[in-house]
Design a protein around this ligand. Structure first.
Ligand code: NAP
Length: 299
């Protein structure tokens, strides 16, 4: 059975990967851009829900400007909490299932070990607090919602760490990268393919099925930003990779505080869905190769 998906968001990293990878799965996606469904207006978004028959609703629209959120609290909460909550409320229990993507920033990062789903949350910044409130509202309204917390999302498009590092290497200046924050990089493509591969199962699952609720999704391997940068340069430049000096997060003061170690433990998701999440170096090598091939064709 072809799964009919209503996707909110068309231009972000995850949104683009969902649309790009859909051809490999038995799904039919209707995707709405911000112009068609602005999450700053919950009622307008809910009205769009009634305009078609769907098996699954996927939220790939979010307020993701972590530092700006400190000064745009109301907007961050409307987009990340109020509207997702209103969508969950509007879906009938026997209607489409819901997939929302959340973040490692719901955690304080001081556990001293990777976080499991049942660990206490304590966001350090407005963005994390808004995403956590979105989780709460969705879970309170819908027994058929999957919330995937993820971290350090990268792809060959949009703004992300891989692209920033490759640009910095091209400028041939001395490189210094934060070496005292830890996490797990995640390819938007791997996350998109996971969601698409589970679409049929989610659409058919009843309330109470363990596929619903909160699960952690990230590529395998914990690393610091500096370790991540080293991996990106190794993939892009091999033995010509530039030396990267160790920096401290304190060297780059930012409006929003970040967790020191928000690393996600993904074993619950791997057990529940019967999947193994591959090491981040594999998709990062693919992203680097894609970017290099695009640069060659543009030259
Ligand atoms: N990026 C990360 O490192 C990271 C880490 C952890 C969790 N996450 C979560 O993962 C999910 C996907 O992230 P991503 O990296 O794909 O984000 P992204 O590239 O920043 O894309 C965000 C998308 O949301 C849309 N959007 C923003 N404000 C909107 C509004 N008011 N109404 C409708 N659409 C709006 C954007 O549209 P425009 O293009 O029109 O602005 C864009 O399509 C998000 O839920 C995010 O919170 C991301």
């Amino acid at each position: 059975m072809t799964v009919r998906i209503l996707q909110f968001g068309t231009s972000g990293q995850l949104a683009r990967e969902l649309l790009g990878q859909a051809k490999d799965f038995d799904v039919e996606i209707t995707a709405l851009s911000r112009a068609e469904a602005d999450f700053a207006d919950p009622q307008a978004v809910v009205r769009r829900l009634g305009q078609g028959e769907y098996d699954l609703v996927v939220l790939a629209a979010a307020y993701t400007a972590v530092d700006l959120a400190e000064s745009e609290r109301d907007l961050a909460f409307t987009v990340n909490a109020e509207t997702p909550g209103a969508i969950a409320k509007a879906l009938n229990a026997d209607g489409p299932a819901l997939v929302q993507v959340s973040t490692d920033y719901v955690f304080a990062g001081d556990k001293g070990a990777p976080y499991v789903e049942s660990d206490a949350t304590a966001p350090l910044n407005v963005y994390g607090a808004s995403k956590l409130e979105g989780e709460r509202r969705i879970l309170a309204a819908s027994p058929r919602a999957l919330i995937l917390r993820t971290s350090w999302v990268v792809s060959s498009h949009g703004k992300n760490f891989v692209k920033t590092m490759l640009r910095a290497a091209g400028e041939s200046r001395a490189l210094k990268v934060v070496d005292d924050q830890f996490g797990r990089p995640t390819a938007a493509r791997d996350l998109a393919r996971f969601i698409l591969s589970q679409a049929g199962r989610l659409a058919a699952a009843k309330a109470g099925d363990p596929v619903f609720g909160v699960h952690h999704f990230a590529n395998a391997g914990e690393v610091t930003w500096k370790g991540f940068a080293d991996g990106i340069f190794a993939a892009a430049l091999g033995d010509k990779a530039p030396a990267v000096a160790c920096g401290s997060a304190a060297d780059w003061p930012a409006p929003a505080k970040r967790p020191v170690r928000g690393t996600l433990d993904t074993s619950q998701l791997e057990r529940t869905f019967g999947v193994t999440l591959r090491p981040w170096r594999e998709p990062v090598a693919e992203i680097v190769a894609e970017l290099q091939s695009e640069a060659r064709s543009a030259a």
